[in-house]
Design a protein around this ligand. Sequence first.
Ligand SMILES: [Fe+2]
Length: 159
Amino acid sequence: MDRRAFLKSIAIGTAAAGVAGRAGAAEKYFPVKVDQGLFETINRVKNPSSKTPIEKTHAPVITAPRTVKAGEPFTVEVAVGETIHPMAPAHFIEFISLEIGNEPAARIDFQPKGYLSPKATFTVTLTKEAAPSGKVTLLAHERCNLHGYWESSFDITVA
Ligand SMILES: [Fe+2]
């Protein structure tokens, strides 16, 4: 083997080892194969009358009154999924957040120990100023470590 062929074989071998090393490192830190497409956007239910299995377990479910009186507190519950999402060290909900109109209102972070169900209850009081058109939209978000960022909305009339 001449010097040129020898150097070329070293360069190719080094590049191949680098690629293999990076793939190995990625598998070390991300041992479960995930659909990367779920992490490229905000996921929402596409057709509420026929939710897919992943939508049923990941889209936040907002439970609140459809009409409230200004100045009177009411309860908003946000659950992750119609079927409550699992909470285990390898697959869990990282947080639930609630926005009222365009205002961030709350965020709850979960630890992946499995002690808590991914559900949160908030006490909300809306004013007339918060709903100049008479309506307010609640937005709930959650993030699953394997299935990305999800959003649901809920309209409330403020009387
Ligand atoms: Fe998930």
